[in-house]
Structures are given as structure tokens and as C-alpha cells.
Ligand binder design. Structure first.
Ligand SMILES: [Zn+2]
Length: 318
């Protein structure tokens, strides 16, 4: 079994390949790891292998096509950004007692398993405790500790790490034809997440870094500037996390400049002239790193993103 469309994750891939070859799957798999590294993609790729007419995830047979457009009758996907309630699981709990329509087994894929309400998690637990045959549960989470231990203990756990910067860079150059230097920058900004890499490959998002950096280091001042930048940043829901990681890399760069003065070690080398306009107060840099980390942590909860970001921007601006 090969996963040609997937970069990195050698260990999870070889584990899954061996389960596939032995045709011996547990009734539930838990994929955990940082957001955007490809957990969902790997799960779908495995489903294609399981359902494919030739067992090769060919991508062209009818079952493969149905999986790709998420319209296969034996693939039940539950995804939610905010919460997964009992209603979303109700159908699944009935369905699992029936035979699959056409595939050798039914797959129930829960993306964002940490978002299950207490009620939903309890309902799922009952199913997992006495699993009806011919069902495979995939639970995907970027916050493993928020999935109840009782559920975790019923799953075979497969951990995903970030994709290495080197692997990502070479993928961006070879497959997506990015120039070497841009690929290096995008890979460093992406912290091992492929969705983040796609985000930074967008020219507008990429250019927004400079505006945000100008705001943070005090080149553009004031509430109006902060509000304007916030509006753009919040306009794309998933972008906030990527911008926060960018801020971490920015403060890391300011810290490096303060400690070593070595501009060659910067992640954001293209912003060098901006970052070198001052000698930075290390206490401010360290406090800001802490504030950004706090904001990243708060994204796990259902917060008002707009207010959270604006508050952060105002508290770290020079
Ligand atoms: Zn196929």
C-alpha cells in the first residue's frame, strides 16, 4: 500500500500499511497530531484503499470517485469546527447495526473528535464498547487530551508529528514548483502543516505578514491600524492560527537579532530591513511570545476571534 499524495508521516503510514496487508483492523483508530499536517488526508487515502475495486486507491474507479467527493454510501463523515452534538451521532448509532451497502465495511470518520459534547462522547462510547462488526471508526483530533480517556482507551492510537521543514521544502520545490528561497520561507512559516503552507503560498496572505509586522513593531501606530489589520486577518476563519504562528516566528526573529545580531538566522529574512530598524527590548519580546502562545491556546475554545485578536494586537504592539 502506498500513499503517493502524502508527504512525511513514515511511521503512521507503515503502521497502516501493515494493518491493511494483514487485513486486520481494530474497530477504532485514533489519529492525533498538530492541525493541518494531513491526518484527514491519510484517513481518506486509507478509506480509498479499503473501498477501491482494485484495492490500490486508484482514484478512478467508482468507489474511489465516490470517496473523493464524499458521496460514498458506506463512508459517514462527521466534521465540525465548533461542536459535535448527539444529533450528529444519532444516525450513526442506528446505521452501525446494518450491513454496509457495497463496501466490505462501513467507515465512520469523526474529524475534530475533541469537539464532541459530553452527551455525544457518551453515546459514541456505548457503540465503541460493543462494536457491531463491519464498522471502522476513525477519530481524528489535534487535541488528544480533550478526547475523553474512556474513548481513547477503546481506540488504536496513531500519532502524527509535524512534517519536517526539509521534507516540506523539497515537496514545495519539486511538486508545486516554488522557487527555492520562497519554498524555504513558506516551509519555515508553516510549522510542519501543509494547510498552512497552502495558506502562505497565497500572495495576499503572504503580503499581509509585512503589514502585521509593521503594526507590531510600531511602524504603523494606533487603534485604527490595529482594527484594520484585525479585520483582514479575521476575515478568513482558519487564517488566524496561521497568523499567530507567524507572530511567533516574528518574535523569535526579534529575539535572535537581540541576542546574536545574526540576520542570516532569521525565518522572515524578507522582512529583515523592517526587523533591523531598532534594538528590541528583550522583555517585550519574551512577554509577546507568551501572549501569542496564550492566544493560540485560547483558539481551542469557542472564543470571539475578532476580539481575541484585536486584544492581542493591542497588547503586543510597541
Ligand atoms: Zn479505485
Amino acid at each position: 500500500m502506498e500513499f503517493n499524495s502524502i508527504i512525511g508521516h513514515e511511521r503512521p503510514r507503515s503502521l497502516l500499511a501493515s494493518l491493511f496487508e494483514k487485513n486486520r483492523f481494530p474497530h477504532a483508530l485514533l489519529f492525533s497530531g498538530p492541525p493541518g499536517v494531513g491526518k484527514y488526508t491519510v484517513a481518506v487515502e486509507l478509506v480509498k484503499h479499503l473501498f477501491c475495486e482494485t484495492k490500490t486507491a486508484c482514484g478512478v474507479c467508482r468507489p474511489c470517485q465516490n470517496v473523493i467527493r464524499n458521496g460514498h454510501p458506506d463512508l459517514h463523515t462527521i466534521r465540525s469546527e465548533t461542536s459535535i452534538g448527539i444529533d450528529e451521532l444519532r444516525n450513526v448509532r442506528k446505521e452501525v447495526y446494518e450491513s454496509p451497502y457495497e463496501a466490505p465495511l462501513r467507515v465512520i470518520l469523526i474529524d475534530g473528535a475533541e469537539q464532541m459534547t459530553h452527551e455525544a462522547a457518551n453515546a459514541l462510547l456505548k457503540t465503541l464498547e460493543e462494536p457491531p462488526p463491519l464498522n471502522l471508526f476513525f477519530l481524528i483530533t489535534s487535541s488528544e487530551k480533550d478526547v475523553p480517556l474512556t474513548i481513547r482507551s477503546r481506540c488504536m492510537h496513531i500519532g502524527f508529528g509535524p512534517i519536517s521543514t526539509g521534507q516540506m521544502k523539497s515537496h514545495l520545490v519539486k511538486t508545486l514548483h516554488l522557487p527555492e528561497r520562497k519554498a524555504e520561507l513558506v516551509a519555515s512559516l508553516s510549522w510542519g502543516s501543509m494547510s498552512s503552507a497552502f495558506f502562505w503560498m497565497d500572495e495576499e496572505n503572504f503580503a499581509m505578514r509585512r503589514r502585521l509586522a509593521e503594526l507590531v513593531i510600531g511602524k504603523k501606530k494606533g487603534f485604527v491600524a490595529a482594527t484594520g489589520v484585525s479585520e483582514i486577518i479575521i476575515s478568513y476563519e482558519k487564517g488566524l492560527r496561521f497568523y499567530l504562528y507567524f507572530l511567533l516566528s516574528l518574535f523569535r526573529d526579534l529575539w535572535v537579532l537581540n541576542q546574536t545580531g545574526d540576520a542570516h538566522a532569521l525565518v522572515n529574512g524578507d522582512l529583515r530591513e523592517l526587523l533591523e530598524t531598532n534594538t528590541w527590548d528583550v522583555a517585550w519580546v519574551e512577554r509577546s511570545i507568551y501572549k501569542v502562545q496564550e492566544a493560540l491556546e485560547s483558539l481551542r475554545y469557542n472564543i470571539n476571534r475578532w476580539l481575541a485578536f484585536e486584544h492581542l494586537a493591542l497588547s503586543i504592539m510597541r
